[in-house]
Design a protein around this ligand. Structure first.
Ligand SMILES: Nc1ncnc2c1ncn2[C@@H]1O[C@H](COP(=O)(O)OP(=O)(O)OP(=O)(O)O)[C@@H](O)[C@H]1O
Ligand SMILES: [Mg+2]
Length: 263
């Protein structure tokens, strides 16, 4: 579903993505891991066309993203309208919930189908209510975001992204701003989406979650893939020194306790 080939990206002369390549098959979940500054968010932002990369190519569902190769070999970057169209198929949820504060929960979830997909009010409402049901928040439909817990707001943000029927969902540290007791309810929603076969790319620092939900873990350092593979393999028996060092901190906290036994 997603193919990333040799992506490079610099900010002010510093190359933060240095030839990044990976694939995510349809229906699979990839988890990007790496220290702060390793390029995880920048990569997700490229996948959502919030950032333009300098070289390399990304394909989503067999189609080149962000532009097209012309007959003469030149690259034509998509217009902002074409980019906006493509972005509809790629949902993204951020660390900060970014709900519209002046809209109710239902209005927040309805507004994509209504305004962007141009669906009727009734159809948009049905789509939104089904999704609110799915994330367990149908009873909060008339509430304003400020009256919801962080976990509830994040579940609304997921429902809002899903309302656009995305082919791919990108999740950037969606539990990092939550109190620990609220993390579980949000991750449970993501587990459900995986069971339904949605293709996802997640950035997380929740190693347990990465272990349980990832079909493939992709460990970045300095904007490159240093190690990748099945989480039950690479998180338990990392082969590179870099990943060993990265994971040591989590092992020291006992986060991965018991995972060896589950192999
Ligand atoms: N818009 C920008 N302008 C300049 N530098 C940027 C910009 N966005 C990101 N960077 C730099 O690119 C590098 C990678 O940042 P990125 O946000 O992708 O890291 P990350 O892996 O998501 O880190 P974290 O775990 O802290 O979220 C960092 O050094 C960051 O300072
Ligand atoms: Mg980040």
């Amino acid at each position: 579903m997603i193919s990333v080939r040799n992506i490079t990206k610099s900010f002010g002369g510093v190359e933060v993505l240095q030839g990044l390549s990976f694939d995510v098959p349809r229906g699979k979940t990839a988890v990007l891991l790496g220290r702060s500054g390793s390029g995880k968010s920048t990569m997700l932002r490229c996948l959502n066309l919030l950032e333009h990369w300098d070289s390399g190519e990304i394909e989503v569902d067999g189609r080149s993203l962000g532009g097209e190769r012309l007959a003469d070999g030149k690259w034509r970057r998509w217009s902002s309208r074409e980019q906006a169209q493509a972005r509809q198929h790629i949902g993204m949820v951020f660390q900060q919930f970014n709900l519209f504060p002046h809209m109710t929960v239902l209005q927040n979830v309805m507004c994509g189908p209504r305004k962007i997909l141009k669906k009727g009010v009734e159809e948009s409402r049905t789509i939104a209510m089904n999704l609110l049901e799915q994330v367990g928040l149908a009873d909060k439909k008339d509430q304003y975001p400020v009256f919801l817990s962080g976990g509830q707001q994040q579940r609304v943000a997921i429902a809002r992204a899903l309302a656009m029927r995305p082919q791919v969902l990108l999740l950037d540290e969606i539990t990092s701003a939550l109190d620990p007791e609220l993390v579980g309810e949000v991750l449970e929603v993501v587990r459900d989406l995986k069971r339904e076969g949605l293709t996802m790319v997640c950035v997380t620092h929740e190693m347990h979650f990465a272990h349980d939900v990832a079909d493939e873990v992709i460990f970045l350092e300095g904007g490159r893939v240093v190690e990748q593979g099945d989480p039950r393999e690479v998180l338990v028996r990392p082969s590179t020194e870099q990943l060993k060092r990265f994971l040591a901190r989590f092992h020291a906290q006992g986060v991965m306790a018991g995972k060896e036994a589950s192999l």
